[in-house]
Design a protein around this ligand. Structure first.
Ligand code: GRG
Ligand code: ZN
Length: 322
């Protein structure tokens, strides 16, 4: 729970968040054991990226994380699962690739195998399924494009068709949904705008119309919601703000009020960030709170790339190496 007196001081309690991530609430001895037991691949990406943004990635044993991560790769399919022995899914495959990017260890991968797993999930109409069971969603389009871009294998898919499908999910309000005709939602907008940004296709976005819809997500208290009439939630500080930055309209929201909203969601005593003030903290919202502050240029937090959801120094390393 946040205490009003300290939150009025408006400080990021970075050290406490680092400790919270390392312990992940469970009084376990190491971050790695927590990751292996229950946070699994996505949790590991959220926690490790947050640590890196706070310049504390060195606090975890890279070898332990990486060797656990490699046990999650499905031998024949090539994709990654959420934990050892589970089925592979494109969601966990991106998290695994992002974690290896953080550690500068992409090269330990059989890149051909991982990229083929992702490429095989593309459908005739350009869309992507999440796994062999076939659910289609623009989340998976983003994940495929982000993942293959990090692996420098975008040529393995039909990018033109992938973009065409994403554009077919654009709505009259300028936003995007999970499939053609589905309601605009900030999470899906991040995915579609991110995928269009990575593929150099942002000209398909009506920036003023979408910027207007996105900046209307800021509510009186300064926080952002994900759709009209919904409650503000710290995670939209990522989904909405990253989209506004990618379309160059971030100056349309009140940044100071949003910073205060995020800081008010901190547990000042035990670390961690919640979805809204006075709720229980979790690692997902801790990541999105810190990542949101990074997008807001909060001092002491590394700059994050709005499309790749990785620190800019990591993205630069990927782009400028062979
Ligand atoms: C690398 C950052 C990153 C993401 C990977 C998984 C993914 C790609 C994107 C997910 C995008 C998405 C759909 C986010 C929304 C998540 C969310 C908070 C959903 C809640 O929706 P509702 O309808 O909540 O339950 P509201 O806030 O509308 O009441
Ligand atoms: Zn949330």
């Amino acid at each position: 729970m946040s205490s009003t007196s300290s939150s009025q001081m408006g400080q990021l309690v970075a050290d406490k968040h680092v400790r919270y991530i390392l312990m992940a609430e469970k009084k376990k001895e190491s971050f790695e054991s927590v990751v292996m037991d229950h946070l699994r691949m996505n949790g590991a990406y959220w926690g490790l990226t947050t640590l890196d943004l706070l310049d504390k990635l060195g606090c975890v044993s890279e070898d332990e994380v990486v060797s656990w991560l490699m046990t999650c790769q499905h031998e024949s399919a090539g994709g990654f699962a959420g934990n050892t022995g589970h089925d592979p899914h494109i969601l966990y495959t991106l998290s695994a690739v992002q974690i290896l990017a953080l550690f500068d260890k992409i090269n330990i991968l059989d890149i051909g195998k991982v990229s083929s797993y992702v490429a095989k999930l593309q459908n005739e109409d350009g869309s992507f399924s999440g796994d062999m069971w076939g659910e289609i969603d623009t989340r998976f389009s983003y994940i495929a494009i982000c993942c293959l871009s990090i692996l420098k294998c975008l040529d393995k898919i039909n990018v033109e068709k992938a973009v065409e499908y994403i554009v077919s999910c654009k709505n009259l309000d300028g936003g995007f949904g999970c499939t053609p005709g589905a309601e605009s939602h900030a999470g899906q907008i991040f995915c579609c705008v991110g995928a269009l940004a990575i593929t150099g296709s942002l000209h398909y976005v009506d920036k003023d119309l979408l910027g207007w819809w996105l900046c209307e997500r800021q509510v009186k208290g300064g926080g952002l919601n994900g759709r009209p009439e919904k409650l503000a939630d710290v995670c939209y500080s990522w989904w909405v703000l990253s989209s506004l930055i990618m379309i160059d309209r971030v100056h349309w929201i009140d940044k100071a009020k949003l910073v205060k909203f995020i800081l008010d969601c901190q547990d000042l005593e035990n670390g961690g960030i919640s979805d809204r003030p006075d709720d229980a903290v979790d690692i997902f919202h801790t990541y999105f709170g810190v990542a949101g502050l990074s997008l807001l240029e909060y001092p002491g937090v590394k700059v994050i790339d709005p499309a790749y959801a990785l620190p800019v120094d990591v993205v630069n390393r990927i782009i400028f190496t062979k």
